[in-house]
Design a protein around this ligand. Structure first.
Ligand SMILES: [Zn+2]
Length: 275
């Protein structure tokens, strides 16, 4: 009897410890699910870290950033913004540009999905939703001066066409404020991976960086991979040549808008590239 009454509290203590241990495991699992799984990494809007003690790479989830930055303005004075999400100290930095050709902007939905929901650990994620807001507003490929921004970067730049022409490359490389904004941001960030969204060929372009990164993304989103012509003055070619070992590539979305679920799938694929 005496032995029995003495053992009861010990059982309660054991049961309490088990409950605490289970709670810790569950909390950790919730935090890791948000952290590890590429799709779960796009967490529901308004969700918050499950536990402040949860960490990865020594950084607590509470310290992950979500901030915006005004990078500059377009020819017509429209703001061009970037969003930084995740861990600013992470050596893994990914840049997503949702729109550079103003009439090929379905990638905006991917940028918005990331911006709204992603809370990536072990990644410093930068998003420029719209690099060409004047073209987007006017429904034109080019910017307000009729320049194809994706022929205006300083790798093998050469004069092509005139204002408003499909591939008009501007008066000189980096003649346009929009391309200068991207150029300066990329020099500052030196992203390991940059993804530039276009339309409407429905493929991932072998753009001159790591084919395995491009192939992985293509598989995740269900697009074929092809090699398109590499034009002078293109942003991805400039990045791949300027920063060997990094990968900048073009994703050609199909025509039309991305349904919300599909945009989320693309967002998940972006996050999956961090590992
Ligand atoms: Zn394009």
């Amino acid at each position: 009897m005496g032995a029995s009454s003495a053992s009861m509290p010990r059982r309660w203590v054991t049961a309490a410890l088990c409950a605490v241990a289970l709670a810790v495991v569950l909390v950790g699992a919730v935090a890791r699910a948000d952290d590890d799984d590429p799709v779960a990494g796009v967490a529901p809007a308004g969700s918050r870290p499950a536990a402040s003690a949860s960490s990865r790479g020594g950084r607590t989830l509470d310290l992950l950033v979500r901030r915006s930055e005004l990078l500059g303005r377009s020819v017509l004075g429209r703001p061009i913004r970037a969003f930084e999400l995740g861990d600013p100290d992470s050596p893994t930095r990914i840049l997503v540009v949702g729109c550079i050709h103003g009439n090929e902007c379905a990638g905006l939905a991917v940028a918005r999905s990331l911006e709204a929901h992603a809370r990536p650990a072990s990644l410093d994620l930068w998003i420029v939703p719209d690099l060409n807001p004047d073209g987007f507003a006017a429904g034109t490929r080019q910017n307000a001066r009729g320049v194809d921004l994706n022929r205006n970067f300083p790798y093998r730049w050469r004069p092509i066409g005139g204002p408003g022409d499909l591939h008009y490359s501007g008066t000189t490389s980096l003649s346009e404020p929009e391309s200068r904004i991207a150029y300066e941001l990329i020099l500052r960030l030196r992203p390991r991976i940059s993804i530039w969204f276009h339309q409407a060929l429905g493929l991932v372009d072998e753009s001159g960086g790591s084919v395995s990164v491009e192939r992985r993304f293509a598989t995740l989103v269900g697009l074929p991979i092809r090699r398109l012509r590499r034009y002078p003055g293109s942003a991805t070619t400039w990045e791949n040549e300027r920063f060997p070992g990094t990968t900048a590539f073009v994703v050609e979305l199909r025509a039309g808008q991305l349904p919300p679920g599909v945009a989320g799938r693309y967002a998940g694929a972006v996050l999956a590239l961090r590992s």
